[in-house]
Design a protein around this ligand. Structure first.
Ligand SMILES: [Zn+2]
Length: 178
């Protein structure tokens, strides 16, 4: 809500939950966070591949531990293209491209063509956080990312669905042990 960050905590059965003024320590579950960073960065690469190959707009994504999905809007979709999306994404991963964060003015950000591949507007702010996969894609994003594409590891498409006339959904997972 607004700019507030909240952490939800469980109240124990005995009722001895947190009280106002209690001191707490936060700890990131690094294994989970790193998987999400890699999966999220993979979303950037896969979305860019889909957009470059087909012109489709990306309509959403959801990161999960077992699999992550990317939704896109495309009228005529040939399922045989999915394998090429996966291969192209892994090629970009293998190039080990740096992932850089920049803060641009909204005016500067809007000059970048790939900024608008998401089917949504840029946030109404003066400064826009932009993620550049150097030499391949630039996208406005507030998330957490790998430092370079090689850190992601290869992806594997596990499922593809048609969700209505123009809406497509691809699920992938990160192949960890290789
Ligand atoms: Zn991002």
């Amino acid at each position: 809500m607004n700019d507030l960050i909240s952490h939800e905590v469980a109240i124990t059965d005995s009722g001895s939950g947190l009280a106002a003024g209690d001191r707490v320590t936060g700890r990131i579950d690094w294994g989970r966070r790193h998987l999400f960073m890699r999966s999220h960065t993979a979303c950037h690469v896969l979305s860019a591949v889909i957009h470059k190959e087909t012109g489709a707009l990306i309509t959403g994504n959801r990161i999960g531990e077992a699999k992550t999905r990317v939704d896109f809007s495309l009228k005529d979709f040939d399922r045989s293209e999915i394998k090429s999306f996966e291969e192209k994404t892994n090629e970009i991963i293998d190039q080990n491209l740096p992932v850089e964060i920049k803060i641009l003015s909204k005016e500067e950000a809007l000059k970048i063509p790939s900024i608008v591949k998401l089917k949504m507007d840029l946030p109404d702010r003066e400064k826009i956080r932009v993620i550049e996969i150097v030499g391949y894609d630039t996208q406005a994003c507030g998330g957490t990312h790998a430092r370079n594409t090689g850190e992601i590891g290869h992806i594997e498409v596990v499922k593809a669905e048609n969700k209505g006339k123009n809406n497509r959904r691809i699920y992938f997972r990160i192949k960890t042990a290789e």
